[in-house]
Design a protein around this ligand. Sequence first.
Ligand code: CO
Length: 211
Amino acid sequence: MEKFYKELLENNKKWVVKMLDKDPQFFERLSHGQQPPILWIGCADSRVPANEIIGALPGEVFVHRNIANMVVHTDMNMLSVLDYAINVLKVSHVIVCGHYGCGGVQAAMTNKHIGLIDNWIRHIKDVYRFHQDELNAIEDEKTRFDRFVELNVKEQVLDLAKTSIIQNAWGKKQNIHVHGWVYDIHDGIIKDLMVSIKSNESLSQVYQLDL
Ligand code: CO
């Protein structure tokens, strides 16, 4: 473990040399500022690193990660990241990326008591309740788990669209697309759930803010 830790800083030095070798101005250019076109909301899971799996370089993706890629509308951390990405960086795509085999989503399917995290997982349980008819009808547990991962991403896409931040931006004719993806930890492939939203008209009427 100690060796692994020391290697991290050695790896960093090697990475800098490699990057400068390909592009001598790489760091100098990035030091002037960022203009990423994408906001990524993903799971904190160590197997799903945002930049790496989509081949994006530093400066290309603004990233927010938490357990089970949740968009909780009272989460100041998420709201601050979202506000900055939309209103200052002016990203045009927001991607919620979940993943099959997600421990948070799996825990939400059970009655297991883990600790403080139970209160975070409760948000995922709410998603289960919204879709319990469809989910309870799936007999195979693995299939039900996979479907729950997808439905959770879909709900987070809707939750993003329900925020005043996204709806305000749409009201100002800012071109923002919200997407839902699922990464497969078994083969590394990302599945686009094709639930992209670009206006608040796809929300239930009660959530549509007058803008
Ligand atoms: Co996860």
